[in-house]
Ligand binder design. Sequence first.
Ligand SMILES: Cc1cc2nc3c(=O)[nH]c(=O)nc-3n(C[C@H](O)[C@H](O)[C@H](O)COP(=O)(O)OP(=O)(O)OC[C@H]3O[C@@H](n4cnc5c(N)ncnc54)[C@H](O)[C@@H]3O)c2cc1C
Length: 512
Amino acid sequence: MRRFDYILVGSGIAGLYTALQAREHGSVLILTKGTIEECNTKHAQGGIAAPIGANDSPELHFQDTIAAGDGLCNEEAVRILVNEAPDRIADLVNLGVPFDTLDGKIALTTEAAHSVPRILHAGGDATGEHIEVTLSKRVRATDISVLEQYLATEIIIEQGHARGVRALNCRTGKIEEFAAKWVILATGGGGQLFKFNTNSEIATADGIALAYEAGAEIADMEFFQFHPTAFYKPGLPPFLISEAVRGEGGILRNINMRRFMYDYTPEGELAPRDVVARSIVYEMEKTGADHVYIDVTHLSRSLTTSRFPHIYRFCLDNGLDITKVPVPVAPAAHYMMGGVKVNTWGETSIPGLFATGETACTGVHGANRLASNSMLEVLVFSKRIMERTGAGNHNTAVRHSGNDEYRVLPRRQSPKSIALPDTPALQSLMWNEVGIIRNREGLKEAVQTLAAWHRLLPPPTDRASRELRNMVVTGRMAAEAALAREESRGAHFRFDFPQKSVAWQHHIIFHK
Ligand SMILES: Cc1cc2nc3c(=O)[nH]c(=O)nc-3n(C[C@H](O)[C@H](O)[C@H](O)COP(=O)(O)OP(=O)(O)OC[C@H]3O[C@@H](n4cnc5c(N)ncnc54)[C@H](O)[C@@H]3O)c2cc1C
């Protein structure tokens, strides 16, 4: 068995940035299931939030993050996030990420629910691509071992301690074992759980399922952020039309070209994502349409093409010049707030096992993520994992906190007739019953069907069957938590319980 000090599972911003830090403390292996650059990071458009502007402060960024999180943020983690942000941005600059500048200074833009401009971007709306390419080049130039086409299938646990990873070599079909002092999950999110999503194909929530099977605690799975505006064209996967488009003045119109956001909220287009996404769903129902429009035709052509070159090009390739005509959009699943529960040092409830990035739940996003806080979260908490492990500290396992609710996945009655699942069936069930607007009836159907699928699935053999199993397990946690939480808060909206309730001011945590 090959041995390393660190194993990183995943090669998005979390895997690459952490690996570059880790090599200063020991030998490093990155396992990644596709090529090094297949990930969600590459698709990030808007940018990274950091309180570095003249009119900004960590306190203001803290307040905006807490407001978006709707009562469920871990305030200590948010303080760390905003205070350590400037140093972590400096790290990216030092690593060579070419952030856009204005008059010699880093340019900052605004996004919904940020009270001042604080979003750094690169290549206009190609921030994630610049980060991914810069970091992967850096990794390639070091002694970090990278194994592509290796799908992690199991965390090796001995005497309650994570000791390594089993992985499927997707080229040979063989399982191989790797030992490490520290195992760090950086496997990203789970947008592929839903029929309409903005995520890369790799986003099948593997790390959460692996950690759950190993015995780790999984938190906040009912909170999934749906992005309000993804390019809508039947037959084409949804393509994100960034938050920043509304930040720069984009207007939402219904199919009759009427501006409608002020019918729903005084904040108009700049309301938080969940409010905008639900307003769009209501407006689509009202007008009997499957989309609305985002309109930037009133903005100058040069602003649109220079700020959003990627979006402009994508739409043009699909027959739309967005400087001349409004763009059809509809909501799509986008970001997983829940994940492997970690403390402010990235430690999970299993000694030796850490998690960072979208697969982790640090608690900074609470019930709803503030736009562009996710890549910042990666940098801040990955660095802290290194401070912890680099100093030789042993993971002491996360302690249970106060009034959080601990659950196991319950047995459920099977629906009358049930077929073996496939990915499209799972994605449709999740979209229809665990989507933007939820209710008890639909969620009951979802938990029963998912539990039956979990029982029925044959042992996985290849990458596709393993990913499907991982999505069934994580889908179960999302649906069970959504059914249990009889209130509406942040990204979780229950039609039958539309109000927020003080009785639900706590987290739901699953363990085996
Ligand atoms: C379209 C889009 C736009 C976005 N825009 C922004 C934005 O502007 N600002 C912002 O802050 N955030 C944005 N986000 C969110 C942000 O991009 C992600 O949260 C962040 O990049 C996640 O980084 P990560 O490293 O955790 O995961 P990823 O970048 O998704 O990387 C996960 C890695 O893990 C690997 N992996 C997964 N499972 C396994 C396994 N079993 N074995 C081996 N490898 C595995 C994958 O192949 C991949 O390499 C956006 C997301 C999307 C989809």
